[in-house]
Design a protein around this ligand. Structure first.
Ligand SMILES: Nc1ncnc2c1ncn2[C@@H]1O[C@H](COP(=O)(O)OP(=O)(O)OP(=O)(O)O)[C@@H](O)[C@H]1O
Ligand SMILES: [Mg+2]
Length: 252
């Protein structure tokens, strides 16, 4: 296998987080490269969501370091994660405001861009419409989010990532609550993001989706990375075995 010589987009070193006696994430290290899709799988309570919450700054890590393109970055909260690590999280429930328009939702929570609000509404609408067109969305910037389908709402969330030049888009179970017909749209979108050089972390219990789009698959177990598998000739059975087989060291 070729040795990667490029600097990773994001290097995660020794990330740990405990909740009381539960060591949810334990010394996790991972390099994420530009333009790759990482599938993150593992049993319930393996620590996947907690791991992501440390990347997005939603939870404070107990230990660990982040390097963005080789430079150390101190992530103290969600804003630092967005601005310093260029991470955008697309939540399962999307956390969009249905009574606001598409463009208002895109700028929501971007307090650091507050000057825009005082400046020029039409500029924001034009910018929002531009990313919607790039994503082949049917929705327009001035539509109310509450009137859009689930798939179109997901495009709004991803549009925000493009609008603010985020480099790593994290999706936790994006295909769990949508129809089979829409699943292929989400997977297509992930591929589109990769074609633009963006990186994606996809967490899903739908292993066939993970196998369809991932370049590498990270298997989480008991708060640690059990294995990192290049997605070559893998099938669902291989992944299930990897997820549930106990380590040799655990057997006695
Ligand atoms: N806020 C919290 N307070 C206390 N314990 C927590 C908290 N969040 C997570 N945990 C615990 O940390 C461990 C890892 O949970 P986590 O939600 O990260 O797993 P997961 O891999 O995302 O699971 P699932 O596949 O079910 O979503 C579990 O034992 C969970 O109970
Ligand atoms: Mg989870």
């Amino acid at each position: 296998m070729a040795v990667k010589t490029e600097v990773p987009l994001l290097s995660i070193r020794g990330l740990s987080k405990a909740f009381g006696p539960v060591q949810a994430v334990n010394q996790v290290s991972l390099d994420i490269y530009a333009g790759e899709v990482i599938g993150l799988v593992g049993d319930n309570a393996a620590g996947k969501s907690t791991f992501l919450s440390l990347l997005t700054g939603y939870n404070q890590r107990d230990a660990g370091e982040f390097l963005y393109k080789g430079e150390p970055r101190n992530v103290t909260g969600p804003r630092a994660s967005r601005n310093q690590l260029k991470i955008e999280m697309v939540y399962q429930n999307l956390s969009l405001a249905p009574d606001l328009t598409v463009w208002q939702n895109m700028y929501l929570g971007e307090e650091e861009h507050k000057w825009l609000w005082f400046n020029d509404t039409s500029t924001m609408i034009r910018a929002a419409d531009r990313v919607l067109r790039e994503l082949n969305a049917r929705a327009r910037a001035t539509d109310l989010v509450g009137t859009l389908s689930g798939g179109e709402q997901q495009l709004v969330a991803i549009g925000r990532a493009l609008l603010f030049d985020r480099e790593l888009i994290i999706m936790d179970e994006p295909t769990a609550a949508i129809s089979v017909a829409k699943i292929s749209d989400v997977l297509k979108l992930i591929r589109q993001l990769r074609e633009r050089g963006k990186s994606v972390i996809l967490v899903s219990h739908r292993l066939e989706d993970v196998l369809t789009v991932s370049d590498r698959i990270v298997v989480f177990s008991h708060g640690t990375i059990k294995s990192i598998l290049p997605n070559n000739n893998l099938d669902v059975t291989d992944l299930v075995r990897e997820m549930f087989e106990r380590r040799e060291a655990d057997r006695s």
